[in-house]
Design a protein around this ligand. Structure first.
Ligand code: FAD
Length: 459
C-alpha cells in the first residue's frame, strides 16, 4: 500500500515537473516569437538600423542575462533571441550606454560600428575642424547622438577656435560687423558653444532656423531625458543627470537669460563662402561675416515648407510628437509619405479627431506595405478622408483653403481646422555641407596634418 502511495507521489511529482518544463518552454517559445515579430516589424518600419552610436554585442561572450534590456531607458531597442541579446529597434537607441555598464561579462561596446564608414559623416580632425579650415562641426552632425557629447563638442570647438585665433593674433574685438565665431544651430552643441564664446570674450552670434533647444524641443511631451553629467561654461557642473524634456528646455532658456547670450531664432543658414578675413555666411536674414564657423546643425535636417500664407501660425507643425495629446480636434495632415500616413492614422485613432490628408499626387506611391494597408483600411472605415490632387493655398486661424483637381481646373475647398501638420519631407544637412565643399566620409581618404594647414588670411 505504502509502496503504491510512494510510486503515485513520485509519478505525480514527475508529471508536475514535466508540465512545469513544458510551461517554461512554452513561455520561452512565446517570448522568442514576440522578439522575432518585433525584429520583423522593425525591419518593415525601417527602425532596425541604428542612426548613431549603439550597442555592439559580442555574441560569443553574451550570457543572455537580460540585464542590458532592463537597463535600457528607451523602448524596444534590445531583445533576447535564443539567449543572446540583439539590437531590435536600433533607431530608438540614444546611445546612453547603460546596457554596456550593466553587462556582467563586458559583451557590449557602444560605438558607431559600421556607421563610422557612413558616407554622410563629415571628415573631422581631432579638433573638430572640417576639411575646410576654419569651419568646425559640433554635436550630432559629427556622428555621435548624445546631449553630453554635443555639449562637450560645442565647448571643444570654441576652445580650439580661441586658441587658433590667439595664435593667429586675430583676437581683436569690435571690428565692425565681423564676428569671431558664427554658430549655427541652437541645440545643446550650439548653446554650449555660445556659452564658451561668452566665457572667452569672443564676439559671436548663434542662429537657428527654428527655436532654442534643438532636437530636445521636439521630443514627445514629458519625455525623460538622460543627460549624464554636463559641464556648462560659465554655469559650471549640472548636478542633475535626468530631466523631463520641458525642464531641460526651461534650464537652457534660463542660461540664455542669465548670461545674455546673443542669438537669433527663425534664421536659416544657407551656405558660406570664403572672404579675405574668414567667411561670409549666407542666411535667410542676410549675410553674416565671421572669422570662424561652428556648425551645430544636428542631423535631422530642415522640414520642407509650403510657402503659403498663414504657414507661420502657431497651429502649423512639422512633426507629430505625441498623437495622444490631440483629441476632439480638426486636423489636416499634408503629405503622402510614410511619416504623413503614420501621423494621420495615429491622430485618427484618438477620440473625437477629424482628420483630413491632403496629398498633391493622384495616389500614394512608395508607401511601406503596412502603411498602404492601414490608410486604405482607415478610409474604408471612414476614420479619415484623403484629398488627392490637392494643395494648400492658405492657412487661417480656424480654417484651411485648399485647391483640388487637375492643374488649371482646380476647385477651392475651405475646411474647418485647428492644426495643420506639414509632413512633406525635408532636406538633410549633407547636401548643404557638400555644397560648401566640406568633405564627407568616403569622398576623400586624406585626413590629418594637411587639414590643419591654415589658408585663412586674417584681417
Ligand atoms: C526622441 C529622441 C530622444 C532622445 N533622447 C535623448 C536622451 O535622453 N539623452 C541624450 O543624451 N540624447 C537624446 N537624444 C539625442 C539628442 O537629442 C541629440 O543627440 C542632441 O540634441 C544633438 O544636439 P545638437 O546640438 O548636435 O543638434 P540638435 O539638437 O539636433 O540641434 C540642431 C539645431 O540646428 C538647427 N538647424 C539645422 N539646420 C539649420 C540651418 N540650415 N540653419 C539654421 N539652423 C539649423 C535645428 O533647427 C536645430 O535646432 C534623443 C534624440 C531623439 C530624437
Amino acid at each position: 500500500m505504502n509502496l503504491i502511495i510512494v510510486v503515485g507521489c513520485f509519478g505525480l511529482l514527475i508529471t508536475i515537473l514535466l508540465l512545469l518544463e513544458q510551461w517554461q518552454q512554452r513561455i520561452a517559445e512565446r517570448d522568442r516569437e514576440r522578439v522575432l515579430t518585433d525584429i520583423h516589424e522593425a525591419e518593415e518600419r525601417g527602425t532596425d538600423k541604428p542612426l548613431a552610436q549603439h550597442p555592439q554585442i559580442d555574441e560569443q561572450a553574451c550570457i543572455g542575462c537580460g540585464n542590458c534590456i532592463e537597463a535600457c531607458p528607451e523602448d524596444g531597442v534590445l531583445g533576447l533571441v535564443d539567449g543572446i541579446a540583439k539590437v531590435i529597434h536600433g533607431s530608438r537607441c540614444i546611445g546612453h550606454g547603460r546596457c554596456a555598464v550593466v553587462c556582467p561579462v563586458n559583451a557590449i561596446q557602444i560605438g558607431l560600428g559600421e556607421l563610422a564608414k557612413s558616407p554622410h559623416l563629415p571628415i573631422l580632425t581631432g579638433e573638430l575642424e572640417t576639411t575646410i579650415p576654419g569651419i568646425y562641426i559640433a554635436g550630432e552632425l559629427g556622428g555621435f547622438a548624445l546631449i553630453r557629447v554635443a555639449v562637450e563638442q560645442g565647448v571643444q570647438a570654441v576652445e580650439e577656435i580661441a586658441r587658433d585665433l590667439a595664435l593667429a593674433g586675430a583676437l581683436k574685438k569690435g571690428q565692425g560687423d565681423l564676428l569671431d565665431v558664427f554658430i549655427v544651430g541652437a541645440g545643446p552643441a550650439g548653446l554650449a558653444a555660445s556659452l564658451k564664446c561668452k566665457e572667452r570674450n569672443l564676439k559671436y552670434v548663434m542662429v537657428d532656423q527654428d527655436d532654442i533647444g534643438g532636437t530636445v524641443r521636439k521630443y514627445p511631451r514629458r519625455k525623460l531625458t538622460l543627460t549624464g553629467p554636463l559641464d556648462m561654461p560659465l554655469y559650471g557642473r549640472v548636478k542633475r543627470e535626468e530631466f523631463l524634456k520641458e525642464e531641460l528646455i526651461e534650464f537652457w532658456e534660463k542660461l540664455i537669460r542669465t548670461y545674455q547670450l546673443n542669438f537669433r531664432t527663425g534664421v536659416r543658414f544657407l551656405g558660406t563662402e570664403r572672404s579675405s578675413n574668414g567667411f561670409i555666411a549666407q542666411t535667410s536674414a542676410g549675410p553674416i561675416r565671421a572669422r570662424r564657423l561652428v556648425l551645430a546643425l544636428g542631423r535631422r535636417g530642415t522640414p520642407r515648407k509650403l510657402g503659403v500664407p498663414g504657414e507661420d501660425l502657431e497651429k502649423v507643425l512639422y512633426q507629430l510628437l505625441d498623437a495622444a495629446s490631440f483629441t476632439d480636434t480638426r486636423l489636416l495632415v499634408v503629405g503622402g509619405g510614410d511619416s504623413a500616413i503614420e501621423a494621420a492614422t495615429a491622430l485618427a485613432s484618438h477620440k473625437g479627431n477629424t482628420v483630413t490628408v491632403s496629398y498633391r499626387r493622384a495616389n500614394f506611391f512608395r508607401l511601406k506595405q503596412r502603411n498602404e494597408e492601414r490608410i486604405q483600411r482607415f478610409q474604408v472605415e471612414n476614420r479619415l478622408r484623403v484629398l488627392f490632387n490637392s494643395q494648400v493655398r492658405s492657412i487661417d486661424g480656424d480654417s484651411v483653403t485648399l485647391a483640388q483637381g487637375e492643374e488649371g481646373r482646380e476647385e477651392e475647398l475651405l475646411i474647418q481646422n485647428d492644426y495643420v501638420f506639414i509632413l512633406a519631407g525635408g532636406e538633410l544637412p549633407y547636401p548643404l555641407l557638400r555644397a560648401m565643399g566640406v568633405r564627407l566620409n568616403g569622398e576623400d581618404a586624406t585626413l590629418g596634418a594637411s587639414l590643419k594647414a591654415k589658408d585663412l588670411v586674417e584681417a
